[in-house]
Write a protein that binds this ligand. Structure first.
Ligand code: NAP
Length: 558
């Protein structure tokens, strides 16, 4: 009966015009009365159904082309639709029953209410992780490897549904969401393999009666705080290696995108990873963060997000001297030399700049172009950007979705206003998209210089600012003139120049003639204020390991 009531309520209250196919969807909801769907799941389906209605006051291009019923029933039957936190293997409401809404940025509609947790739930999650650590840290590498591999397999089996969930709550085009599942699951697969290769060392002893060796052991309980721009990958990049090393985790996903995190956690349970090894709490970020920092049982904080919050967590961790890994904001330069292949440079810049609507920490933030190729490059980039289709991430051929929220759009507007007031010129876009909500036109602006705010702050939006330079030395100076040091890109056909510039750039990642370089097999992390430590690759494993030196003495005794 609940489903019937919900569907009627939907039709009454939403200023909707229903087409025959939409009525079919509503009927499907009514048929679901007899199924074991929960009320929350039903309301989720309603929203999928809303999305395929045409709102009288919203352009039809906002409608999802996804088959709502298929997605909903797949999510339901695989148990992936979760709204509660996960503490010690139990799905748990907030203790005061508070909830928080998760929105679809493409439509502004709320998708579901999820538990809004705080310090008390976090402390219980820490205790659960601490208890589970005793046995998990004693499992063999082979056992951990098998469970992680199973988790990877399940993530891949549910790739389509998980990708749809990402597009729904985060807004990126479905094709990019599928890419994120492959990328994100890759960290679990890599960790499953690497679990078996956590070798220690034997050190030649300085005294003949001694034997020295090094053991690598898990650091303990890990607090993992992640952002909204990669709802799966930012979690798996931390949790994969942590679990492989024998650590247990308390994950805090962003309140903006918790559904993917909860679905991934559900799959960890289905994979057989024991209760308490993976815990998830979400809601009141400062309270959760404070609880993680204050607890002496948490031995490591791993954080991906803004530099401001990262600094707070680092300072707070000093009290209990926790290990800290930080993946923070970037201000990526993308240097295009006169000798670059124009097509390669445009294609690479497009990918480095506009992926995820410009909302990645490694997005090109300053496109620094040598004067000989500047005009040609600006025209070619403008033409390429003009061809990008903007729309709901579920739409056919859509290359750019909405920004995550109104604050993100306001930031882009402020930076563009600052730049144009100081002499920059808009050569494409430069305003909100006619689709409304948080859609913004893919934008190219020229005549930008290093003093403008857009060169000094992370725009985190679909704006390509073009700066001009004369010599290689100028390019390196401009590129390094920032407190950030995460991603950087260079386009040149000179092998000698590519070496010279790669060595001179104060950045953790350098892409030469390539705009998308992240992979689970290579180290990811920043110089300067872009962070501490590395994720991915064999180097990412070290972040979750303690080094223990053992000395055996009196070894010459019979
Ligand atoms: P954010 O505001 O710092 O949020 C990141 C996470 O921290 C979220 O889970 C957030 O929770 C939580 N948080 C906020 N305040 C907190 C507090 N006082 N204590 C504990 N946790 C707190 O960053 P964002 O806007 O989500 O993400 C964008 C930023 O992340 C950009 O600067 C981007 O460059 C950076 N980023 C870096 C990398 C990298 O690898 N270097 C990768 C991706 C993104 P709520 O969302 O629930 O408030």
């Amino acid at each position: 009966m609940a489903a019937l009531n919900i569907s009627r309520l939907v039709l009454r209250s939403s200023k909707l015009r229903a087409s025959p196919s939409h009525l079919f969807s509503a009927q499907l909801l009514m048929q679901m009365q007899s199924s074991p769907f929960t009320r929350k799941a039903c309301s989720f389906i309603c929203l999928f159904t809303f999305a395929s209605f045409s709102f009288t006051d919203i352009p039809t291009s906002h409608c999802m082309s996804v088959d709502a019923h298929t997605v909903a029933s797949q999510l339901n039957s695989s148990g992936l639709l979760r709204t509660q936190g996960l503490i010690g293997g139990k799905w748990t409401d907030a203790y005061d029953c508070k909830t928080i809404k998760v929105y679809n940025p493409a439509t502004g509609e709320s998708i579901l209410d999820v538990a809004c947790m705080g310090g008390r739930e976090t402390n219980d999650a820490i205790s659960a992780a601490y208890d589970a650590y005793r046995s998990w840290s004693k499992t063999t590498a082979a056992e951990r490897s098998k469970l992680l591999r199973k988790w990877y397999d399940l993530l891949m089996v549910h790739k389509e549904e998980l990708a749809q969930l990402i597009t729904l709550e985060q807004g990126k085009p479905l094709k990019e969401s599928i890419g994120e599942i492959n990328y994100g699951a890759g960290f679990i697969e890599f960790a499953a393999e690497e679990a078996k290769r956590i070798y220690g060392d034997i050190i030649p002893a300085p005294l003949s009666d001694r034997r020295l060796f090094v053991l690598k052991q898990p650091v303990g309980v890990v607090g993992a705080i992640t952002p909204w721009n990669f709802p799966l990958a930012m979690i798996t990049r931390k949790v994969g290696p942590a679990l492989a090393c024998g650590c247990t985790v308390v994950i805090k996903p962003s309140e903006l995108t918790p559904l993917t995190a909860l679905a991934a956690a559900e799959l960890s349970i289905q994979a057989g990873i024991p209760a308490g090894v993976v815990n998830v709490v979400m809601g009141n970020a400062p309270d959760i963060g404070d609880a993680l920092i204050a607890s002496p049982q948490v031995r490591k904080i791993t954080f991906t997000g803004s530099t401001a919050v990262g600094k707070k967590l680092m300072a707070g961790s000093a009290e209990t001297v926790k290990k800290v890994s930080l993946e923070l904001g970037g201000n990526a330069p993308c240097i295009v030399f006169d000798d670059a292949d124009l097509d390669v440079a445009v294609k690479g810049t497009l990918a480095a700049k506009f992926r995820n609507s410009g909302q990645t920490c490694v997005c090109a933030n300053r496109i620094i172009v040598q004067e000989g190729i500047y005009e040609k490059f600006a025209h070619a980039l403008r033409d390429a950007v003009q061809n990008m289709k903007v729309g709901d991430g579920f739409g056919e051929g859509v290359a750019q979705g909405p920004l995550i929220n109104e604050a993100a759009v306001k930031k882009v507007e402020t930076l563009i206003h600052d730049a144009t007031s100081k002499g920059a010129k808009i050569i494409l876009g430069g305003k909100r998209h006619s689709l409304g909500f948080t859609f913004y036109e893919p934008t190219v602006i020229s005549d930008v210089n290093s003093e403008m705010r857009i060169s000094r702050e992370e725009a985190f939006g679909p704006v390509a600012p073009l700066l001009r330079f004369k010599t290689e030395e100028d390019a390196i100076r401009i590129a390094n003139d920032t407190n950030a040091g995460l991603g950087s890109y260079v386009f040149t056909n000179s092998i000698q120049r590519s070496w010279r510039v790669a060595e001179a750039l104060e950045y953790g990642l350098v892409g030469i003639n390539e705009g998308v370089i992240s992979t689970e097999v290579a180290p990811f992390g920043g110089y300067k204020q872009s962070g501490l430590g590395r994720e991915g690759s064999k180097y990412g494993m070290d972040e979750y390991l303690e080094i223990k030196y053992v000395c055996l003495g009196n070894m010459n005794k019979e």
